[in-house]
Design a protein around this ligand. Sequence first.
Ligand SMILES: Cc1ncc(COP(=O)(O)O)c(C=O)c1O
Length: 401
Amino acid sequence: MARSFANRLKGLPAPATIEMARRARALKAEGKPVISLALGEPDFATPPAVVEAAHQAALAGQTKYPPVDGTPALKAAIARKFTRENGLDYKPEEIMVSNGGKQVIFNAFMATLNAGDEVVVPTPYWVSYPLIARMFGATPVYVSCREEDGFRLKADELAKVLTSRTRWVVLNFPNNPTGGVCSADDLRAIAEVLRQYPDIWILSDEIYEHLVFDGAKSASIAAVAPDLKDRTITLNGVSKAYAMTGWRVGFAGGPADLIATMRGVQGNATSGVCSIAQAAAAAALDGPADLVQEMVATYGRRRRMVVEALRAIPGFTCAMPDGAFYAYPGVAGCLGRTTAAGKRLETDHDFALALLEEAFVATVPGSAFGHSPYLRLSCATADETLQEACQRIAQFVEGLQ
Ligand SMILES: Cc1ncc(COP(=O)(O)O)c(C=O)c1O
């Protein structure tokens, strides 16, 4: 058999986050004492009341095919959430529920992109935006967010990369991997630029909106610039804020025509999201905010501890993130040197690989997020584990020649 695969997938790498986690697991299976800070997954448990809501939904017979775009109960909870937390009113036909936020992006891009279109993605970026865009023949175009700007997107930088081919602009603040948060004023300036391009769709990925620290405030572009709401997809989900990564519930608010087209895509791909998970997500959105508060306090404390430990390592720089649960240290000062095992470190990828193989700490190199030389460390793990990881990184760097 001539084993051929779709041209649209040619040259697409596997996300480096998943690749590093795979290597870490392989070393662990060999009995090595691996600490993995590679994946972005809360270490909290899903709140018991949410699990109980799923249990009750299953017992009550909510076990049939759900509507493709979400159960009426979850859509109502999502509408309440958008009104309460974002100042955004969406009607039921302007809301859709997908298999994680990731499927929202997949649906939206599949519904709109043609070969040759451009998708503007600020760097550092979450790995999936450019990969999904490329699956549909579009070209990712990058705009840099700098460490000295707190990794916020500057409107004048965005203006430089927009063209008549731009179909989407992706905004992801609080940002994965940097934790950068754009203020309402930043978004107002960005909106001013976008007004000059009425044919561009806007993807506002707000999945980390609750995870902000030290008074930082996340804002929704559709609320800050209501005239852009009819071309904005406001994306969110329960994975990060409610420690529900495995339940696979993401959602979006957006204009009815785009949502209807996305529903068509999803109807032919996966149909509606697991009915029981949708009941759980509704309980999470309508439930008390205590767990979110507890997580924010914990992540805020841990990220300070990690950033301070990393800043003390010679050759490292590290901005204090305003949001999300990652640290994104710069490692430029460690490149060009050789590890204790004789590996020369030319890139952040070399650094991350050697750190994993010699100190058994799994991180993700900045190259995976389009912004080098940096590393991403997830702070969503126990304090002692983070302390041990930072000590190992410090020792590893001390051993560089
Ligand atoms: C920025 C960002 N957006 C969206 C997602 C998708 O999350 P999920 O598909 O679990 O809802 C993630 C997950 O890592 C993320 O980091």
